[in-house]
Design a protein around this ligand. Sequence first.
Ligand code: NAD
Length: 403
Amino acid sequence: MSERLELSGDEREALSRGGLEREVADKMIENVVGAYTLPFAIGLNLQMNGRDFLVPMVVEEPSVVAAASNAARMIRTGGGFTAESDDPVMISQVQFDDVPAPAVACAAVLEHRDELLKLADQAVPNLVRRGGGARGLEVRDLGDGMLVVHFLIDCRDAMGANLVNTVAEAVADRIAELTGGQVGLRILSNLCDQRCVRVRCSVPAASLTDEPGAAEAVRDAIVRASKFAEADPYRATTHNKGIMNGIDPVVLATGNDWRAAEAGAHAFAARDGRYRPLCTWRKGDEGNLNGTMEIPLALGVVGGPARMHKGAALGLKIAGASSAQELAMLAACVGMASNMAALRALATDGIQRGHMALHARQVAVAAGALGEEVELVAQAIHARGQVTLDAAQLSLSELRAGK
Ligand code: NAD
């Protein structure tokens, strides 16, 4: 695999050591006592907008990578994913309290729109030079003398949190003069709903199963599972967790901020006051299974930890995304693949069968199995239907006793 990825000796070495030098770790955060590593895997079969991608995925949960790769293979038979992205626009929020006449203040801010956007651009000259910068302004009256002004900032290939915070700090005093209010918080919003990606796919029903005659039943079961999530927030939460099973590993592998991705996704899922599934599935006119998804995703291919963390730099190289927008679309496709895999498994075999087969390996390792023993113990406990630590320890002692 490292040959196919064209990794240098240095990159292979970094990968085998978790991608993070002790001295670098010490500079990334505070009070460092060590480094904590997770498996780095490659998701396969993903085709987006007619191009093939290898997907870097960092995750601790068994079956996530296998399930996404398997679903991506099925989706590929229908032409792969079609994805599109908004411009990479983030919202910078500036809060004002004790505004004496909110309606007058709102009008004053809008009247000075051009001046304020210019001030915002002056705060991020390098971003403007790269084609980004201020794109718009909104004023919201939150009641009780509180106003919030949103600056819409095109962050180009950066995630943009620091860029947008810089803007908020630069414009606040001038707006306080215009509104007579007191400056409050100045920070980005993680509900980055100006920065959404939209993904769709259309899978021939026959690709959903090898079982003869079962294709339409599997497709219909996935549609019913989608409708369950659309009708019930309890189910929608788990449905969306399954989507984030695919997205978070890509976010992590490319050095992006997964708390930001999670916060934005769930807030967007509840944007009309009710928590809803981010991805839905229907039977298409031609009998295919059609999936559609919309999700806000603020990912960067520059800035952030990837400048220091060799594993994250490698993740970006493997993803091969040409822009922040393309990386966000790629992550969303993996999310959709994960969702389809989970619904398909739940609606047919139940999720435990596939999951337990992979989980059995972790249990075997926890029981002390080494080398080839891991697979033998995992197979034995899975075959017995007892994927427990006790069963693994028993199986290991039997194996070692030559039984
Ligand atoms: P950053 O501070 O590294 O800024 C990006 C830099 O890249 C800028 O200096 C920019 O000029 C430069 N750059 C180079 N090429 C560019 C290009 N093509 N397009 C755009 N910029 C280019 O990173 P950031 O993206 O502003 O902030 C991301 C970091 O902020 C993350 O590490 C995140 O965890 C953190 N953060 C997040 C939050 C939050 O989500 N609430 C709050 C604060 C900080």
